[in-house]
Design a protein around this ligand. Structure first.
Ligand code: HEM
Length: 330
């Protein structure tokens, strides 16, 4: 290459990184963004996760959920990671998150390592997206390319965290409308709910189903009998609210399609899981059955829907920042 050619190549790299090509699929994000500016990024994320998940296999689930709870509140901008400050309340203290979200220390460790190797380059929002993908892969699930280039918010939204994140006792209509508001379809809802193939829920999240499903002091009739009895011993009528139970009792740390099979057998843990099948929406019902039958179909749609969720309102302007510490604005 001539020296002019080299200069042109260098300039095009710089311009491309500063103004990533906008594509409707990727919402202005670009999978190879850190190829030159931080080629070790993927490796660093993966190596921290391998250790964290080997120590605590549930961590994969917790990190997948963090990305979801980030994206549903003012977009995938790492607002979920901000500690409370004099300027705003933390999303961490909102009802769906408090005493429930985990994994913040693992994100801190990834960020600290990235700042050492390529300072001020990889955003906290991108770390969340990569950690979610790698957690799924390390649990035996599908791989997908993660579009990158999200920047980090300078504020959090406590109120929206309470409003936008679906509650475990949601009806099918609630779920569909909360997902639609984020630009996600019924297909995305069912596939992404399959994230519940890993991880745990607290008794308080499913107690209503065991003792008072319809304000009638009766259990949810869709619960299979032996499963219902086992849940009652983990989750008594009073107290035990923070006792935990697997969302996929068949294979709680393996990313597979067992979650959908369990739904067909009356062994889904949350009301929001059960209503995908019993909520009288033909489309979601059919999708549950298809994913229970064909794991490959579920994996394909899950990967597609994760990219779509990861593209919710990313910040891509230079005025938005790349935090040095994911817990506070610079
Ligand atoms: C469809 C609406 C959804 C509802 C109502 C819902 C609700 C919940 C609830 C209540 C818990 C247990 C929290 C606790 O008791 O501490 C939970 C856990 C979890 N959720 Fe969801 N969720 C939904 C969608 C999703 C999506 C889209 C994903 C990811 C793609 C996801 C991934 C997870 C994971 C992995 C866990 C386990 C976390 C852990 O073990 O730390 N959820 N969810």
């Amino acid at each position: 290459m001539t020296s002019l050619g080299l200069v042109m190549f260098f300039l095009s790299c710089v311009i491309f990184q500063a103004f990533p090509v906008s594509s409707s699929n990727y919402a202005g994000l670009f999978p190879d963004l850190y190829q030159f500016s931080c080629p070790q990024a993927n490796e660093i994320v993966m190596s921290v996760l391998e250790e964290a998940i080997a120590k605590d296999p549930r961590m994969a689930a917790s990190l997948l959920r963090l990305h979801f709870h980030d994206c549903f509140v003012q977009g995938c901008d790492a607002s979920i990671l901000l500690d409370k400050s004099s300027a705003f309340k933390s999303e961490k203290d909102a009802v769906p998150n408090k005493n429930s979200l985990r994994g913040f220390e693992v994100i801190d460790e990834i960020k600290a390592k990235l700042e050492q190797v390529c300072p001020h380059t990889v955003s906290c929002a991108d770390i969340l997206a990569l950690a979610a993908r790698d957690s799924v892969v390390l649990s035996g699930g599908p791989y997908w390319e993660v579009p990158l280039g999200r920047r980090d918010s300078k504020t959090a939204n406590f109120k929206k965290a309470n409003i936008n994140i679906p509650a475990p006792n949601s009806t099918i209509q609630n779920l569909i409308s909360l997902f639609n508001r984020q630009g996600l379809t019924e297909e995305d809802l069912v596939a992404l709910s399959g994230g519940h193939t890993i991880g745990m829920a607290r008794c308080v999240s499913f107690k209503q189903r065991l003792y008072n499903q319809n304000r009638d002091n009766l259990p949810d009739a869709t619960l299979e009998k032996t499963y219902y009895n086992a849940l009652k011993s983990v989750c008594p009528t009073s107290g035990g609210d923070s006792n935990i139970s697997p969302l996929d009792v068949g294979s709680p740390v393996r990313f597979d399609n067992t979650y959908f099979k369990l739904l067909l057998w009356g062994k889904g843990l949350l009301n929001s899981d059960e209503v995908l099948l019993s909520g009288n929406v033909k489309k979601t019902k059919e999708l549950v059955k298809s994913y229970a039958e064909k794991e490959a179909l579920f994996f394909h749609q899950f990967a597609k829907s994760m990219v779509k969720m990861g593209n919710i309102s990313p910040l891509t302007e230079l005025k938005d920042e790349i935090r040095k510490n994911c817990r506070r604005v610079n």
